[in-house]
Design a protein. Structure first.
Length: 121
């Protein structure tokens, strides 16, 4: 299998993305894991290290433009868009201070983190 070859060459088993044309699925084929449907972007451009500080609301309630999409894919909730500052680790293992934005709803949690102002420090 192709994934076996990649694991042997790079020492890490890849995640499998597949589609039936409309929906997109992700699957880790180790230990009988089940495939998961997902929406959005699978992004591993950065990892948040430590706490997010200076958290401020950007929008809440009907002011959140993506509220309909967020409710459809993550569930209904009191969605709000927030921003804050955090240390992030980039793909090259460098650590930077950046402003990040995300969506959040009570009982659902934080979703869809994005880097907005990288390299503050």
């Amino acid at each position: 299998m192709y994934t076996d070859g990649l694991e042997k060459e790079f020492g890490q088993r890849p995640i499998i993305f597949f589609t039936y044309g409309y929906d997109l699925f992700i699957w880790g084929d180790v230990k009988g894991e089940v495939q998961c449907w997902f929406y959005g972007f699978y992004n591993m451009d950065f990892e948040i290290i430590g706490e997010i500080t200076n958290i401020q609301p950007i929008a809440r309630g009907t002011s959140v433009r993506d509220r309909t999409r967020l409710s459809k894919f993550y569930g209904p909730g009191r969605w709000r868009k927030l921003k804050g500052t955090a240390r992030i680790r980039l793909l090259d293992n460098s650590i930077r201070l950046a402003e990040i934005h995300w969506y959040e709803a009570h009982g659902i949690g934080r979703k869809e983190f994005k880097i907005k102002l990288p390299f503050l420090g």
